[in-house]
Write a protein that binds this ligand. Structure first.
Ligand code: MD3
Ligand code: FE
Length: 207
């Protein structure tokens, strides 16, 4: 039975409204420290297109996209150096959010930072580059609101829409771990702290 402040959006998908809001300044500062070392960049898809969103990573492993495919790497291909360490403020938040949603002892080894400018989007996909699908994923939304698309494990099923705002945290696992999902084209706007962008932190146990 989920906690009263956890909304079950679908089987295995838990919404923690505003869970990260009080931490926003510290989270943004942590993101800035990471991206000063491993800058946000528009990676290429295997098809050779630059992604509309800009990404970086912190932690032992980072998710990388290039002409040769998708994979986790211990080093940033842009700098040749290991990814910056995951700040404790980030890993603690992910651990607490996962526990609140019923997933005890979540120790992410990868934090993907996605930055969306107005006009950026993320097409419907599954997260399946990780070793153990019994591990949940934690997603933290900061800045401009976004509409998430929440599908099922079958691409043909019509996804439901979910509006996420600054400070919202989504945890999914179990039957939803391999659900198709995406982010609709970001509308223009200005957020008081982040300005004209949305930043999403995705915490995963990749290895
Ligand atoms: C999965 N990023 O980088 S997770 C990704 O907003 C990615 O940038 C999202 O998907 C982003 O791979 C954050 C979005 C998400 C939302 C709901 C889901 C994934 C979901 C529901 C079920 C399964
Ligand atoms: Fe994803």
């Amino acid at each position: 039975m989920a906690r009263p402040d956890v909304v079950t959006v679908a089987a295995g998908v838990f919404l923690l409204r505003g869970f990260a809001r009080d931490l926003d300044v510290a989270l943004l500062q942590a993101v800035e420290e990471v991206t000063a070392i491993s800058p946000l960049r528009h990676s290429l898809t295997p098809g050779g297109q630059a992604m509309s969103l800009a990404m970086s990573n912190c932690g032992p492993l980072g998710w990388v996209s290039s002409r040769s495919g998708y994979r986790y790497e211990a080093r940033d291909p842009m700098t040749g150096q290991p990814w910056p360490a995951m700040p404790a403020s980030l890993s603690d938040l992910a651990l607490r959010a996962a526990a609140q949603a019923g997933f005890a002892h979540f120790r992410p080894d990868a934090c993907l930072i996605n930055q969306y400018a107005p006009g950026s989007k993320l097409s419907l996909h599954q997260d399946k580059d990780e070793a153990d699908f019994s591990q949940p994923i934690v997603s933290v939304s900061l800045g401009l609101p976004a509409v998430f698309l929440l599908g099922t494990t079958q691409r043909r099923d019509l996804p439901q829409r979910l509006r996420l705002i600054h400070g919202d945290v989504l945890v999914w696992g179990g039957p939803a771990r391999l659900a198709f999902h995406g982010v609709m084209t970001l509308s223009d706007g200005a957020h008081a702290l982040l300005g004209r962008r949305r930043v999403n932190l995705t915490f995963r146990k990749a290895a």
